[in-house]
Design a protein around this ligand. Structure first.
Ligand code: ADP
Ligand code: ZN
Length: 739
């Protein structure tokens, strides 16, 4: 007997081992320890076979140990991983890593973990200690707890292990190991305001729920698109549908796009399902995640709420899979395996005979065309709860503002006035700009050169002002002092151009000096826990104006926000990406949906230099269907998804010509395999839009066609014969972006 094993090592194919005599063959999904070169690694059994399939005379090594008599990963999840690896042209090694819980490779499973607890020593309570401000802060936090605090919690608050060790060495803190049940809800359960369990559904909600209940009772695979405008009460429907599925002894998997949304949604589910809810996302510590994973595996929960990787949760008896904000780009993993969690969720539901519900106010082009084609049932919520009106949207033509106030203006007059009015009325505002940093480039007035990243073909972004000013690359994290003279012509005439969220924050502070202003973007929430804390403070009214990137546009429910300002609504439109209009439409519709979710009507002010662009016009009118039709026309004409299937491939090399030559070789072979152009066409190669990244040159080609399987097989076949090239080629099946 032989087993085929996926080992969590990138780029490795399935490996075949012999089951030695005297060992019972492990089931699919069991963990086994196998030899790999001179090492031993733990892998997952994917397949059992009577024959090794290897050529006569090849020696097949025996596996070393079988760790589980029962599947550790349910066999359907193993099959789902295999499907994912194949569909997305990824290695089984990378894919199996995605389905394993953290830190179980080779360890026996133990659901109770011990945790390192820190408490204050008597010496540490002395108020007159001479310590640094930061040390004081830590002592205050730890001293404020009755039984000490877990070191992971301190880490979450951004306190480094170094700082803690120093305090231990100074005799001010002590550490001990304690066995506790980790509860990732601790920090988050405060989040959700209790919902009245008896509140009545609206008529629209009632009929949508009724239809979904019918579909779920079929107990076979069905898919539905819940197309509901922002604020139409989709979450309430998910909750009630989930309860019904739970009552029929089946389980629920709910995917949400953002880590920030997980605690909020999970807390709502907890009000109905109490402790029978698990959360799964990468923001949990490994330990928490492991515990939650084990609870799911043991069948102790009915509902799992998580981000994309939760689609591989070891849950059995699945009756319902919900993908909320299904259009969201964070469902796509941008490293191998480059899967889309929404699409894997559909496959999972199909295989489990479950109902899949895709929810969105702005469905992706793919999902809406599937609904139009009758593959998904479309269920519509056209009205907001309590008939709250959608925000009124004003478009500000920035060309007029520049003419009136000069080219430097960032906040237009209407936006400044609207912000001031909100402050007066003690209402909250959101100001969105989808670009981080203070200035987007440093430019030389003498030679027109820009200060670029030495490793990537992009200009460096300025962060900070004054003494803390740095120039950073958003792709490779290269960082340098902002030079005083042009690196190219040495002239001392450098100027900052373009602006990002940091500059907008500064502008809001300048125009509204009394306002409490905070910024939310990837830089401001670098420290764990900051995001939840910031959102919590905004919700509780401690912040007047929140400036941020698209992170603030998603799903959040802030009832006191009555104004949303969008600075440069067209950030994405300048990019040569086929999804640019779709992204802009979604972002504007979603962000306008953040305003006026409470009693007071909302207003959105959208600044742009393309006021007539259809994605801006139609987003302002919140006319999804018109947008879909217009955009589909474009996608058909240009042969882009959903009109055709698309694979994006990027070949990396040390030199530009090397990358282009290698890409050409693959492209020629691909064309050779389908001369009739029956199945696909290959476009390129061409230098990738990001021609150089992290010191490597990149050439790109696109495969477009109607037969995705043929496209993928041709490409994978060619790369399979050239392992050196395969390692340098990124294959993205169903890419979200071709930039
Ligand atoms: P969506 O996800 O569709 O944007 P939400 O589910 O966030 O909308 O609902 C919007 C708001 O309406 C939330 O504050 C929610 O608690 C509230 N809500 C939902 N259903 C009802 C209802 N039937 N009656 C009263 N309020 C409701
Ligand atoms: Zn760089």
């Amino acid at each position: 007997m032989f087993v085929r094993v996926a080992v969590p090592v990138p780029a490795l194919d399935l490996l075949t081992y012999r089951v030695p005599a005297g060992i019972t063959a492990p089931p699919v999904g069991a963990r086994v320890v196998v030899p790999l070169g001179t090492r031993s690694v733990t892998g997952i059994v994917v397949d059992l076979c009577e024959r090794s399939g290897a050529p006569e005379g090849t020696e097949i090594r025996p596996l070393k140990t079988v760790l589980d008599a029962e599947p550790f990963i349910p066999s359907d999840v193993v099959e789902l991983a295999t499907w994912t690896a194949e569909y997305y042209a990824a290695g089984p090694g990378e894919t199996i890593t995605a389905v394993l819980p953290p830190k179980t490779r080779g360890e026996r499973v133990d659901s109770h973990k011990s945790v390192r607890m820190l408490s204050i020593t008597p010496a540490g309570t002395d108020p007159d200690l001479s310590v640094t401000a930061r040390q004081r802060e830590v002592l205050d936090i730890v001293g404020g707890t009755a039984e000490g605090i877990a070191s992971a919690d301190l880490a979450r608050r951004g306190i480094s292990a170094d700082l803690v060790s120093r305090l231990i060495r100074m005799g001010l803190l002590q550490a001990r190991q304690a066995r506790v049940d980790r509860d990732p809800f601790e920090a988050s359960s405060l989040e959700a305001a209790p919902v009245d369990p008896h509140r009545r559904l609206t008529l629209e909600q009632e009929s949508a729920l009724g239809r979904l209940l019918d579909l779920s009772r079929a107990r076979t695979f069905k898919a539905a698109l819940l197309h509901g405008v922002t604020g139409s009460g989709k979450t309430e429907i998910y909750l009630r549908l989930s309860a019904a599925v739970r009552d029929s002894s089946r389980r629920v998997l709910m995917l949400v796009p953002e880590i920030a949304l997980t605690p909020q949604v999970a807390a709502l589910f907890r009000q109905t399902f109490h402790e029978r809810v698990a959360i799964q996302h990468s923001g949990l510590s490994d330990g928490e995640r492991h515990d939650q994973w084990q609870r799911i595996r043991r069948g102790e929960v009915d509902v799992i709420v998580g981000t994309r990787s939760a689609v591989f949760s070891p849950v059995r008896h699945l009756g319902l899979v919900i993908v909320d904000e299904e259009h969201d780009s964070s469902y796509k993993q941008e490293e191998s395996p480059r899967y889309n969690g929404r699409d894997v969720a559909l496959v999972r539901a199909q295989r489990a005979g479950a109902l899949a519900v895709l929810g969105s106010a702005t469905p992706s082009m793919e999902t809406y065309s599937n609904a139009m084609a009758g593959k998904y049932e479309r269920i519509v919520l056209e009205r907001r709860i309590l008939d709250r009106p959608l925000a009124s949207v004003t478009v500000v033509d920035m060309r007029e503002e520049y003419a009136a106030e000069g080219p430097e203006v960032i906040l237009s007059r209407p936006l400044r006035e609207a912000l001031a009015a909100r402050l007066e009325r003690r209402e909250q505002s959101i100001v969105l700009l989808n670009r981080r940093g203070y200035a987007t480039a440093v430019f030389c007035r003498q030679c027109s050169g820009t200060v670029d990243c030495p490793n990537c073909s992009v200009s460096l972004v300025v962060h900070g002002e004054g003494a803390t000013r740095r120039a950073r690359c958003h792709y490779c994290n290269y960082s340098a002092r902002v030079p005083n003279a042009c690196p190219l012509c040495k002239a001392p005439y450098l100027e900052q151009t373009g602006f990002g969220t940091e500059r907008v924050e500064a502008e809001v502070r300048r125009h509204c000096p009394t306002a409490r202003v905070e910024r939310l973007d990837r830089d401001s929430v670098r420290r764990k826990g900051t995001l939840t804390a910031l959102l919590g403070r905004f919700r509780s009214g401690e912040i007047d104006v929140l400036v941020g990137t698209q992170m603030i546009a998603k799903g959040h429910d802030f009832p006191k926000v009555t104004l949303v300002g969008v600075v440069s609504a067209d950030v994405g439109l300048g990019m040569a990406d086929f999804r640019a209009s779709e992204r802009t439409f979604q972002l504007l519709t979603q962000v306008a949906g953040r305003a006026g979710r409470g009693e007071t009507a909302g207003e959105a002010i959208v600044q742009t230099i393309y006021p007539d662009h259809y994605s801006i016009q139609l987003a302002c009118r919140q006319d999804y269907v018109a947008f879909f039709e217009r955009e589909l026309h474009f996608r058909k004409a240009m042969r882009y998804p959903p009109a055709v299937s698309l694979i994006n491939a990027v070949v990396r090399a040390r030199t530009f010509t090397g990358a282009m030559d290698d890409a050409s070789a693959i492209v020629e072979q691909m064309r050779g395999q389908d001369r009739s152009l029956k199945h696909y066409r290959v476009l390129g190669p061409a230098p990738a839009p990001l021609g150089k990244l992290r010191g490597e040159y990149r050439a790109q080609f696109l495969v477009k066609g109607t037969n995705r399987r043929r496209m993928r097989e041709a490409l994978v076949g060619i790369l399979g014969a050239r392992p050196d090239l395969a390692r340098r080629t990124v294959v993205d099946v169903d890419p979200l972006s071709v930039l």
